[in-house]
Design a binder for this molecule. Structure first.
Ligand code: HEM
Length: 239
């Protein structure tokens, strides 16, 4: 791509590099922050509704961290397999960039019995792909990270763009360039939230009443704020 200078009046301006396909630092900033924070909120929302999964994730994290500490270090992350499954399941049900980035067909194509002319703008619905019973079975809408267990039906499915039923980071040449950083940041934040605290809903709120509605925008958010009550966790050796 090239950036060209032009002069208008007495002011020298830099023309926008319209032909470039490189993301700007602004794209990186916008694309990286909101997506990661909403993912943490959706994960915590589902975990509070699924105490079995919350317990399993916390036990894995606290066992990996050991009896001395209540904090996760970056070196602990490779040991947290179940947490990775929790994150995959969260991104399957709540891909923050629901329709990915728009694409345009470069030539006429025939796909699934449809003729799509050249130059058609195409939106890929990652949300619908992630909830399609044809790929995920009758429990497609249920939050169940165990479906990604090694040897289970979806044990081989990952979110790096090779399995089209799970594309929260997109696929192909425009796949999210921040994917590795995003996964690590979200895992690290979630691991510490789950290690350092036990979580409950405020008194009088039932898990089944927790609103899980989405509100659309550039990224898909929770429609209502998530309010939880944390209790600090004391590791056994410090108790
Ligand atoms: C959970 C977190 C994140 C999710 C779910 C996510 C998802 C996505 C998706 C779906 C796309 C479009 C890909 C496509 O259409 O094939 C995208 C693009 C992009 N993402 Fe992310 N992203 C996340 C975090 C990040 C982070 C942390 C960064 C930067 C540090 C980042 C930077 C970008 C940029 C710059 C693009 C545009 C790439 C281009 O125009 O070719 N993202 N992201």
């Amino acid at each position: 791509s090239s950036t060209s200078s032009s002069t208008s009046g007495s002011r020298s301006t830099v023309a926008s590099p319209r032909t470039t396909s490189r993301p700007s630092s602004w794209d990186t900033f916008v694309g990286g922050i909101d997506t990661s924070s909403v993912t943490i909120l959706w994960a915590m929302s589902e975990l509070i509704r699924n105490p079995r999964v919350m317990k399993k994730a916390q036990e894995e994290i606290r066992a990996a961290v050991g009896e001395q500490r209540a904090r996760v270090q970056p070196d602990d992350l490779p040991k947290l397999n179940y947490l990775k499954m929790v994150l995959k399941e969260t991104l399957r049900l709540y891909p923050p960039a629901t329709l990915l980035l728009p694409r345009e067909t470069m030539r006429h194509v025939r796909i699934g019995g449809y003729d799509v002319p050249a130059g058609t703008r195409v939106a890929v619905n990652a949300w619908a792909l992630g909830r399609d019973p044809a790929s995920w079975g009758e429990d497609a809408d249920e939050f169940n990270p165990d479906r990604f267990e090694a040897g289970a039906r979806h044990g081989e499915v990952d979110l790096h763009g090779a399995h089209f039923e799970l594309v929260p980071f997109g696929a192909g040449r425009r796949i999210c360039p921040g994917m590795a950083m995003a996964l690590m940041n979200v895992e690290f934040a979630l691991a510490n939230l789950l290690c350092g605290f036990d979580w409950a809903l405020p008194e009088g709120t039932k898990a089944e009443d927790l609103c899980m509605e989405e509100a659309g925008g550039l990224t898909f958010h929770r429609k209502t704020p998530l309010v939880l009550v944390p209790t600090p966790y004391v590791p056994p050796s410090a108790a």
